[in-house]
Design a protein around this ligand. Structure first.
Ligand code: PMM
Length: 284
């Protein structure tokens, strides 16, 4: 039985991203070769990752869906080897119950579902049957269209309502409370302002959902938009130049109660969290 407390109970956890996709916005195509993806995952663990998130379908805005066969072919060899070699839990970033089932069979310990069981409700039962962890994410719409004029009256309340409702659905499907975590889905059907509001209200969100909260800001477009012109950056800050901004949001989120941060650049996040913990213990 997976328990989030084993990963993020003592201190916030860093989830390192291993995207085995040709088209993810910041690292698409770099780790398509399984050997390279596995080596990258092992590097992330050496850099301080507490868990690894393997994904075979890009969820960037406008992305096309991939077939189940392609997704399985991409992720399974990587999950199998990292689960055996990495020494940290591996999560499978998928919305498909069949991919989740195969990845759990191959050694994954957690299902990271950006659709929170909405796209394929069977994923909840598959996760429950395996005694795996479940990280459910808020997304408005589908990746293809989610950034087409997203609207909320009160983004924190609506995202909170959705997460609470989906957590209840996960419990009803048999997933244990200690195996559940929730994520507001930064950038998934949200404007820059929506993302900023959610970050401003991380603490309220943590209190509302009552399970560990994960935050994924890493290299996302809104950071590039916010950093325009700062410190010599141009108008179009490329994804690879957004790690400093990512780190600021990591520190901010963890200081406000987030228990998991999902990042591409693991080392600075792991070090910043370690330092925060030292400062926190001094302040206590
Ligand atoms: N973001 C992406 C993919 N998976 N999973 C969770 N739990 N939270 C996120 O914010 C999240 C995710 C998109 O980013 P990527 O293309 O760099 O993986």
């Amino acid at each position: 039985m997976f328990e989030w407390s084993t990963v993020c109970g003592a201190r916030p956890a860093v989830m390192g991203v291993v995207n085995v996709t040709p088209d993810s916005f910041s690292d698409g195509g770099r780790y398509l070769d399984p050997d390279i993806a596995v080596a990258h995952g092992l590097d992330l663990v050496a850099a301080g990752a507490d868990l690894l998130d393997v994904g075979g379908e890009s969820t960037r805005p406008g992305a096309d869906p991939v077939t189940e066969r392609d997704e399985l072919e991409r992720v399974l060899p990587v999950v199998r080897r990292l689960a055996a070699e990495a020494g940290v839990p591996v999560s499978i970033d998928t919305t498909k119950s069949s991919v989740a089932a195969a990845a759990l069979e191959a050694g994954a310990a957690i299902v990271n579902d950006v659709s929170a069981g909405v796209f394929d409700p069977d994923i909840l039962g598959v996760t429950a049957a395996a005694g795996a962890g479940y990280l459910l994410v808020h997304m408005a719409g589908k990746p293809r269209t989610m950034q087409d004029d997203p609207h909320y009256d009160d983004v924190t309340a609506e995202v909170g309502d959705f997460l609470v409702e989906r957590l209840d659905a996960a419990r009803a499907a048999g997933i244990a409370d200690g195996a559940l975590a929730a994520d507001p889905g930064i950038g998934f059907g949200k404007t820059v302002e929506h993302n900023l509001t959610l970050l401003a209200e991380v603490r309220a969100l943590c209190e509302r959902v009552g399970v560990p909260v994960a935050i994924g800001t890493s290299r996302k477009r809104f950071l590039g938009q916010l950093m325009r012109g700062v410190g010599g950056l141009g108008d179009d800050v490329p994804a690879g130049d957004r790690d400093d901004a990512t780190l600021a949001t990591v520190v901010w989120s963890v200081d406000r109660g987030a228990r998991v941060v999902r990042v591409h650049d693991v080392r600075p996040a792991a070090r910043a969290i370690a330092l925060l913990e030292v400062m926190r213990s001094e302040a206590a």
